[in-house]
Design a protein around this ligand. Structure first.
Ligand SMILES: Nc1ncnc2c1ncn2[C@@H]1O[C@H](COP(=O)(O)OP(=O)(O)OP(=O)(O)O)[C@@H](O)[C@H]1O
Ligand SMILES: [Mg+2]
Length: 149
């Protein structure tokens, strides 16, 4: 598989990141409360940008990526970096974590599997517009774009 500049292989082709690496706008605690607060901040931005139609999808994607960062990408003592940006095609969500050696991968969850569905939901909701890019320092950025239908 060909890996595009700035991108990281995750087991299948992904679109290029919409922009090069940019440091996170905000840091949130790596806790459920941190996810909740980040969702509220996202909702305020969407209101400011007059994009209420993206509230559900963007909130779901943000929560899934932040939960993954906590569950699979967390390093003790580190916060979760998040950026939410208005781009031409909608809203770009970027979640930074501190573990570069493990990458997100789409898995086919069976009926009896407890987990393994979050990224499949992100994949569907974003129309496959998500991926991983390298960050400055250890870790990675998982990004996704939510657009109006
Ligand atoms: N930020 C991340 N860092 C490292 N590995 C990740 C990250 N996000 C996802 N993964 C890997 O990709 C797999 C699939 O992620 P996915 O979100 O679909 O499932 P899950 O988090 O295991 O369960 P669920 O989201 O359904 O509760 C994970 O099991 C993990 O191995
Ligand atoms: Mg998950």
């Amino acid at each position: 598989m060909e890996v595009q500049a700035g991108a990281v292989a995750t087991g299948r082709e992904h679109p290029s990141p919409p922009r090069p690496y940019t440091p996170p706008q905000r840091l949130w605690p790596a806790t459920p409360r941190g996810v909740n607060e980040a969702r509220h901040a996202l909702a305020e931005k969407l209101t400011e940008w007059s994009l209420p139609e993206l509230a559900d999808s963007a909130s779901l994607v943000l929560a899934e990526l932040m939960t993954n960062a906590q569950k699979h990408g967390w390093v003790d003592g580190r916060s979760i970096g998040v950026s939410v940006s208005r781009i031409d095609t909608g809203v770009l969500i970027e979640v930074h974590d501190a573990r570069g050696e493990h990458l997100p991968r789409l898995v086919a969850a069976s009926l009896t599997d407890v987990g393994g569905r979050g990224l499949a939901i992100v994949d569907a909701v974003t129309g496959q517009r998500w991926g991983v890019m390298e960050r400055e320092g250890p870790g990675k950025v998982v990004w996704a774009v939510c657009s109006a239908a």
